[in-house]
Write a protein that binds this ligand. Structure first.
Ligand code: 13P
Ligand code: SF4
Length: 336
């Protein structure tokens, strides 16, 4: 393998967020990644929004809840997280003694960024009798200020686990929060955050697509805005959307979430058609720019050199652990 100076590459890591070494183009990256998994007792956990090649080499592909559950029970020495920063951080919070790698440390999340911990602390102080439920798409700083974490798979079950009179703050996703308010009849106080990918779907273009494909069912992620959710035939987390398309008798779907999920939908239901919903710009489908920072090349390099590694402050980690553990316990009790 042709490798440029590792020290230079590591110093670049500080500014670029990934290890920029040159890879021999003849190298079979799928084979090399499989070799590294065995040699290092490493496990690759990937989110459905990762590019197809990454999904194909992963040991586990899932939504945020499934990934957190896998991270909790893995026996591997190294967790390679093909997802975004808050996901790898959650894996590290659950596994302080394991090495957690993220192919590109700059793979962030607009939703997570929409809730800076210092502002959120002040917001929370205005509602001293409220319990804080935070969507897992947030920083460890927000998790440490929360009572329970949830994901889009278990948000309703987590809210339902609290007495009906219990006042709740829901952060940071206002769209998921509003969706759960509707489902439960609660009036949770919502932090004003949103996901850049799910907020820019065009209702007008979805309606036009639906007119062109009248038999297609519209399936949407609850991070979408209410007008889009109103036209959806089914709403769920990425895993729930995938399972729905496997069991549902329809053969055509307009998929209103990040396009990465189409890879598993097409694999699991080969006879069906999946149409990505278009955003409010000139694109035909909607990719998360953060998720797509990870590539097969970066995945290989991070496994070979065990960089970039996720490092956490221990006090912050311990504070963020409690609400995650509460989520995992409630999910178990709810059979999720
Ligand atoms: P889920 O993984 O819970 O479906 O959420 C999607 C998402 O936006 C992850 O960043
Ligand atoms: Fe964050 Fe949205 Fe990207 Fe998920 S899809 S990582 S919520 S920006």
């Amino acid at each position: 393998m042709a490798v440029i100076n590792i020290d230079t590459a590591k110093s670049n890591l500080e500014s670029t967020g990934f290890l920029d070494l040159e890879i021999d183009t003849d190298l079979d990256l799928f084979h090399e990644i499989e070799r590294l998994k065995k040699e290092k007792n490493a496990v690759i956990l990937a989110h459905y929004y990762q590019e197809p090649d990454i999904q194909d080499v992963a040991d586990y592909i899932g939504d945020s809840l499934g990934l957190a559950q896998q991270a909790e029970k893995t026996k591997a020495d190294i967790i390679v997280f093909a997802g975004v920063h808050f996901m790898a951080e959650t894996a590290k919070i659950l596994n302080p003694t394991k090495k957690v790698l993220l192919p590109d440390l700059k793979a962030g999340c607009s939703l997570s960024d929409s809730a800076p911990p210092e502002l959120f602390r002040k917001f929370r102080e205005k509602y001293p009798d409220h319990i804080v439920i935070s969507y897992i798409n947030c920083s460890a700083g927000i998790k440490a200020l929360s009572d329970i974490i949830c994901t889009s798979s278990n948000a309703k079950a987590i809210v339902d686990s609290l007495p009906p009179q219990q006042p709740i703050i829901f952060a940071p996703d206002k769209n998921l929060g509003a969706f759960i308010n509707k489902q439960t009849g609660r009036n949770m106080v919502l932090w004003n955050g949103a996901c850049m990918v799910h907020e820019i779907f065009s209702l007008e273009k979805i309606t036009k697509l639906k007119a062109k494909h009248p038999m297609a069912k519209v399936i949407a992620h609850p991070e979408c805005e209410d007008p889009v959710l109103k036209v959806a035939d089914y709403i769920g987390s990425t895993t729930q959307l995938l399972k729905f398309t496997e069991k549902d008798p329809s053969t055509e779907y307009i998929v209103v979430t990040e396009t990465g999920i189409l890879h598993q939908m097409e694999k699991n239901s080969p006879g069906k058609t999946f149409i990505p919903a278009p955003p409010n710009n000139s694109c035909a489908c909607n990719d998360c720019p953060h998720m797509k920072l990870n590539t097969l090349e970066k995945l290989y390099l991070c496994m070979e050199y065990e960089q970039p590694e996720l490092i956490m402050d221990e006090t912050l980690r311990k504070a963020a652990l409690k609400p995650i553990q509460r989520m995992l316990e409630i999910s178990k009790q709810a059979g999720l």
